[in-house]
Structures are given as C-alpha cells and as structure tokens.
Design a protein around this ligand. Structure first.
Ligand code: SAH
Length: 394
C-alpha cells in the first residue's frame, strides 16, 4: 500500500479526526496509487489513518479510518453502512419515515457517499474517487442493511468533476418501479423523481422544518419562495393556511408540485396558487402590488457553492430577505435559509439582520433551524453543517 507522507504539523487535523487532507498538507506519496486506491497516511513515523487517494482533487485524500489496523474492504463498508442505518433507527423522529437519508457522507464516516431511501428504493450518490471505487461494496452493504432490492445511482453531482470522475446514473440493482415513486411525509403524499429530480429526487433535509411551517400555518397567508415540488406549500395547506402562493422558476418542478397537490385530496386545492417566476423579480412585483403575508419561506438554492462565491451570494441573500421583510404583515414571520457551505451561520444572521434594517423592520429570531437528524454533522467535521435557517418574527 502506498504511503501518503504529511508535511510537518499537518498531522494535527488528522489527530483531531478531520477526514480531509488538502494538497498543501501532503509532502509526498511514497509508492504508486491510482485514483480511489487506499493509502496509508503517515507523519513519517507512524501510520495515522487510511484514506482514499484522489490525485486530481484539491482534497488529495479522504480518510476512511483512523484505525491503522482496520482493513478497507467489503466488510468495512458493511460495518459502516449498517452502523449509519442503525443510528437512524435509534432516533424516534426518524422511525417509519418513508423518505430518509441513510448515509450522510463524511458525517457518517463515509466520505463521498450519500444514500437516501424512498420507500423500497435506495438512491446512492458517489462524489469522490474512493467512493466510486467501492461502488459494489457500498451497494451490497446497502442492500444488506435495508433489504431494498432497488438501488439507483444518481452520481451526477458537479463535485465529481473535481475528482476526475464522469457522471454516472442508472439502476445498479433491480429496475424502475412500475408507477410513480410516492412517499408520505407527515401524512402528505409526495412524488419523488429519482431520475430527473434535484439531488437524489427530494429535499429530505427540510423535513422537520416543513412540519414546523405546518404548525404555524393555521389561518395564515403564506408565500413559499423556491417551492420546488411544493414540500413546504403542501404542509402549509395541511396546517390550515388560508392561502399559499408558491414561486419557482422550474416548470417541471411546478408541474410536479401541482401533481403532488392532486395526490392529496384532503388538502383544499382552491387555496393554492403556483407561480412560474424568478423569485428576485416576483418579490419586487408583490411589493409594488402591496401584497402582505403572515408567513414567508425563503429556501433558495446554494448561492455560494464555495468560499469564492460568498460576496455575490451575500448580495443575493440580502436582496431576497430584504424584499421578503417588506412583504411581512405586522407580527408576520420569515422562515429563511441558506444551504451554502461557504456561508456560515454568523454571516447569514448578519445578512438577515441587515435586510431587516434596510426594510425598516424590527424583528427577532425565535428559532434557529437546521437539517433533520438524518443529516447529522460529525463533531470533527463542521463543514458538514451546510443548511442553516432562522425563524424570524416581525
Ligand atoms: N423548499 C424546497 C426545495 C427548494 S430547492 C423543498 O422543500 O422541497 C430550490 C428551488 O429553487 C429549486 O426548485 C429551483 O428550481 C428554484 N430556483 C432556483 N433559482 C430560482 C429563482 N431565481 N427563482 C425562482 N426559483 C428558483
């Protein structure tokens, strides 16, 4: 096995159990390794970890194990996958969820591996050279841990390019289900398009926050911006909202949102309006029309995929939050999110505070929001905390 030799001092993050080894931490590679091969990580004296080698990425290696005696083989993946699934089974909120993240990459000790379960279908996304190499072991382990016979690969994330990998999608086990794939979330039925939907088909991370919106929605006028397939919108209707206006710029997402509403005859469809528009423009238009809402949700896409985009992203967050504050009725609430890894909670809170100030609104945080428990954040890996939100009351 080749040895990755660290520069002096660079062993510190490994000793803190951080799983990434950047280009600048690597003194040399002793021996030969192909992309995805397992290498020993050493400070020149002793082996500290075993990691997957990724020569084309700035993250040159991702640690599989900090135990130098642990072998990286099929049994390793079987253990790690089974442990991730068992952790979820131990959490009451997650028991019985039809849509569930089973593996959350680094935070579950499996860098580059995402796995989501929708009913009896599992969708995997492999985003690193190491994960790609161990595809068969991961699929076997997932089948073993879940009993699911349908496993679909959605490895089309832009992250793969940085690892020197091509996109890869298709059924790895079983075939497409005969009809639509539908899951129930808090009793609301939702279509999941694992082939063409965003991410692996659905934004599972917002499950708890959608329930919170439902609890706040009775009798309220709700504006849901960046609605995708209507997850927040349908929960607001289920909570008895008076009206729900939902905006998205994706026609396919809105078509699925409408289909989702039709799947739920218990909801009053007459209270829902779907608006195919750019949120930035539509918030201004609503402001000019003097519209007012009791609850506004802002769940935009990742404006800052990396630290280099933070300035531009900050302007975009400021713009939508400012215009959303202007639309809030007295006592109204704004539920606002950022899923940009490059924008930390402090920065995001500062942007929202600036937006309120410029809108001339006084407001206070009544709840901090995060991803659901099936999207854990390893203590040694704060980078895993991408989703942050604030519930702000005017
Ligand atoms: N809240 C959703 C997930 C939102 S994902 C849920 O709970 O499922 C972000 C959405 O923003 C995507 O559907 C995308 O189509 C949409 N989007 C991106 N940029 C947009 C823009 N400028 N205006 C309107 N919608 C946009």
């Amino acid at each position: 096995m080749a040895q990755l030799i660290l520069k002096p001092g660079k062993e510190r993050s490994v000793l803190r159990r951080h799983p990434w080894l950047f280009e600048g931490a690597v003194a040399s590679l002793d021996g030969r390794a192909r992309p995805g091969d397992t290498v020993e990580v050493t400070d020149g004296r002793k082996v500290l970890a075993k990691a997957a080698w990724s020569p084309s990425s700035q993250i040159r290696a991702r640690v599989w194990t900090f135990d130098p005696d642990e072998s990286i083989d099929d049994a390793f993946f079987k253990r790690r996958v089974a442990a991730a699934v068992a952790r979820r089974q131990a959490l009451p909120d997650l028991q019985g969820q039809e849509g569930l993240r089973l593996i959350h990459a680094e935070s579950d000790g499996l860098p580059g591996v995402i796995a989501d379960r929708y009913g009896d279908t599992v969708v995997v996304q492999l985003t690193s050279a190491g994960a790609d190499k161990w595809r068969n072991a991961i699929v076997g382990a997932l089948r073993n841990a879940t009993g699911c016979d349908r496993i679909y690969e959605r490895s089309d994330s832009e992250l793969r390019g940085r690892e020197g990998l091509e996109a890869a999608s298709g059924w790895l086990l079983g075939t497409a289900p005969a009809g639509d794939l539908v899951i129930a979330e808090h009793g609301v039925r939702m279509n999941v398009d694992v082939v063409a939907g965003h991410k692996t088909g659905f934004y599972l991370d917002q499950r708890d926050n959608r329930l919170l919106l439902r609890q706040l929605a009775a009798g309220k006028r709700v504006l849901n911006c960046f609605c995708y397939t209507g997850g927040f919108s349908l929960q607001a209707l289920a909570g008895g909202a008076q009206e729900v206006i939902s905006i998205d710029s994706s026609a396919p997402a809105l078509a699925t949102a409408r289909a989702n509403l039709a799947l739920n005859p218990q909801l009053d469809a007459g209270r829902a309006q779907w608006c195919d528009a750019n949120v930035f423009d539509e918030l201004r238009r609503l402001g000019e029309a003097a519209a007012r809402f009791d609850l506004v949700v802002l769940d935009p896409p990742k404006f800052a995929p990396s630290a280099s985009h933070v300035q531009r992203a900050a302007r975009a967050y400021k713009d939508i939050n400012l215009n959303a504050f202007k639309l809030l009725a007295p006592g109204g609430m704004l539920m606002t999110y950022s899923c940009s890894g490059g924008v930390g909670l402090d920065v995001f809170q500062g942007i929202v505070a600036g937006a309120a100030l410029d809108a001339g609104r006084e407001a206070r945080i009544v709840r901090r929001l995060q991803g659901a428990a099936d999207h854990p954040v390893a203590l040694a890996f704060p980078e895993g905390e991408y989703l942050k939100g604030l519930l702000v009351q005017a």
